[in-house]
Design a protein around this ligand. Sequence first.
Ligand code: ATR
Length: 284
Amino acid sequence: MPSLSAKTIKAGVIGWPVNHSLSPRLHGFWLDQYGIDGVYLRLAVTPENIEAALRALPKLGFAGANVTVPHKEAAFRIVDTLSDTAKKIGAVNTIVCAADGTLRGDNTDAFGFISNINAAVPSFNAAAAPAVVLGAGGAARAVIAALIEAGAADIRLTNRTAERAEALVAHFGASVQSVAWDDRHGAVDGAGLLVNTTTLGMTGKPALEMHLDGLIKGAVVNDIVYVPLKTGLLQAAEDRGFQAVDGLGMLLHQARPGFEAWFGKRPEVSEALRRHVLAETGSR
Ligand code: ATR
């Protein structure tokens, strides 16, 4: 723990519960790496206190905060200004306290998703072939927003609860079409990207059943799940010669814009950072 002073730049992650958040570990790594006089704290805040807690951030001298489950939608309603991406996604995961005491809300999950894909597969072109997205929660919204921004024009969305998929189709428009969950195996025909945003395949959850045979040669398969790091989906993708991209990278990349805004340094995602964060997930 560094010695703290009134000048020490303060940020943190607000959640309920927040014990399992990996964000303190990854921001802590960067603070050490870049020798910054800063601190990044775990802030456990109940839903009934979220508004008061966010309003207190500038008064307590915080540079800002990340917001995680279950507060991302509440933060969206509470902050004073929103980035275009946050508006598209309807949720806020990164807050920056402005000099005038107002709160600016951003959502960096879309950036984290596409940065992770681009870092792992530099030749990836979202416009080149259809994409398939499994799931219709907050993570799916961020993935779809990122894909549309990157030029994807044919996104096939499939979710167990059809109404949630339909709601996203209505929100994002003509580049997204919904496919019934039972027909999901056929949705990958001719696709160049498959992304799992459901919790299926996560340690303690049921396995994801998904046929990959229709994907085009060189297709990218990405799992948002990162515990375990190599999910059944990613193993199956590797076995068939597709480009498997794990979910840890999205978590690491989504943290970069917040760190830069609060601490004034654009951080890089390195193998050393991955190992440092993995040491924590491995011990769970
Ligand atoms: P997040 O906001 O992190 O994306 P979420 O809103 O809880 O999380 O979404 C979880 C996703 O996993 C949803 O798409 C959910 O499907 P439903 O909308 O039908 O709930 C999906 N999911 C969870 N358990 C599932 C299961 N057993 N079978 C199929 N999909 C499942």
